[in-house]
Design a protein around this ligand. Structure first.
Ligand code: ADP
Ligand code: MG
Length: 405
């Protein structure tokens, strides 16, 4: 790896270190429903605390419109972070204003401050480099060094991800290092058989990753909302299920390319079809080529892979040596349509090799379904970032830390 890592920053005792984390956790009525991203940040934070640094932690949360918005405050995150670290976390009610300055000035060696949401400041995500740079310089005034550890945002050219790493002496944190280690194993030297399982809502989100992965994998399993565009491309009717007609030609191209490369694209043989979208919707299992032949006719809605498919996917996964999974198999948020996702998650826990879960909703799904992080080889904190890495794209937040593919 060409990445600059923590040791490149030298002795950090007594130094103020700005740490960019991805603390973008899901909130419901001000409560954190999944603290996975906070827990993923602890390794780096503890390493810096133990080194005697003064930590100034920064992050975004959600998509506020460049100004303060109470529902996206990081205050609940500061509290949870304090519980998990077992020490106080000073929370600053602004990002680069008086509160932030006071919080930073109050730090002793090994202390931690968390500044308010970066995205309460429009320049953080500005299109104009000079605006981002100016904001980065304000953040830089709080530190002697910068540690970039928000893996979920490394594909974004934003002030706290890119410009800040140029302004201060900078290095990647332990989370970014770990995420890259796993992604490299998936791209450079994957043990075979290698299966990739894709789901989620849209094909169009995942097209380039399909294209990039085809030459490397043995099997590509398709579930989730995108499966209907594949079925439709093969000439089947899909009722009122999610369908991206404008992607049909592309999908046909993939099916052809897969055949040429000897890659098996495994499509569902049965689907759970619902009368409407909702937790209490009537639903039946139908063969994948007869979705419109249920009692719901053409208004039937495919919301999960069926039990036969789930069994088949599970057995392919459990016998693979390398598995990468991105995207739920169905609308797992509704219990009636979570079984396909559960079966896939369960199978991943049985892989004798490397099993990686990527994607925000997929990670949330496995935790919501009661699985523990330790049951998987790796749960990536960055959906978009890991997909872009697998696609072979250049990620600005990594390049600025010395990374070269
Ligand atoms: P990730 O964040 O893991 O990359 P995506 O964001 O691509 O995953 O997709 C997650 C969403 O896909 C979930 O909210 C889920 O409800 C939805 N989804 C899965 N299957 C279907 C389906 N058959 N119809 C509609 N939405 C679906
Ligand atoms: Mg998502």
């Amino acid at each position: 790896m060409t990445l600059r890592t923590l040791d490149s920053l030298g002795d950090l005792a007594g130094k103020r270190v700005v740490v960019r984390c991805d603390l973008n956790v899901p909130l419901k009525n001000g409560h954190i429903t999944d603290d996975g991203r906070i827990r993923a940040s602890l390794g780096t934070l503890n390493a810096l605390i133990n080194a005697g640094a003064k930590l100034v932690v920064i992050s975004h949360l959600g998509r506020p419109e460049g100004e303060p918005d109470a529902k996206y405050s990081l205050a609940p995150v500061a509290q949870r972070m304090s519980e998990l670290l077992g020490k106080p976390v000073v929370f600053a009610k602004d990002t680069v204003g008086h509160a932030a300055k006071d919080a930073v000035a109050s730090l002793e060696n090994g202390d931690v401050a968390l500044l308010e949401n970066l995205r309460f400041n429009a320049p953080e995500t500005s299109k104009h480099a000079h605006e981002r740079r100016e904001f980065a310089e304000k953040l830089a005034a709080f530190g002697d060094a910068f540690v970039s550890d928000g893996f979920g945002v490394v594909h974004r050219k934003q002030a706290s991800v890119y410009e800040l790493a140029e302004v201060l002496p900078s290095a990647a944190g332990l989370l970014i290092e770990a995420e890259l280690g796993v992604l490299e194993r998936l791209t450079l030297t994957p043990e075979k058989p290698y299966a990739v399982v894709l789901g989620g809502s849209k094909v169009s989100d995942k097209l380039s990753v399909i294209e990039a992965l085809l030459p490397r994998v043995d099997r590509l399993l398709i579930g989730g909302g995108m499966l209907f565009t594949f079925l439709y491309a093969q000439g089947h009717k899909v009722g009122a299920s999610l369908l991206e007609k404008d992607q049909v030609d592309t999908v046909l191209g993939y099916l052809e390319k897969a055949a040429e490369l000897g890659v098996e694209i495994v499509l569902p043989t049965d689907v759970v079809v619902a009368e409407k979208f909702g937790g209490d919707a009537k639903h039946v299992v139908a063969p994948a080529d007869q979705i419109e032949d249920t009692e719901f006719g053409a208004s039937g809605l495919g919301l999960d892979i069926g039990p036969d498919t789930a069994k088949n996917f599970a057995s392919i996964i459990a016998t693979s040596k390398t598995v990468f999974w991105n995207g739920p198999m169905g609308v797992f948020e509704l219990a009636a349509f979570a079984e396909g996702t559960r079966a896939v998650a369960e199978a991943l826990t049985k892989v004798d090799g490397l099993a990686v879960v990527g994607g925000g909703d997929s990670a949330a799904a496995v935790r919501e379904l009661g699985f523990r992080d330790e049951q998987f080889g790796h749960i990536s904190t960055g959906g978009g970032a890991s997909l872009e890495f697998l696609e072979g794209k250049r990620l600005p937040g990594l390049e600025v830390l010395g990374w070269q593919a």
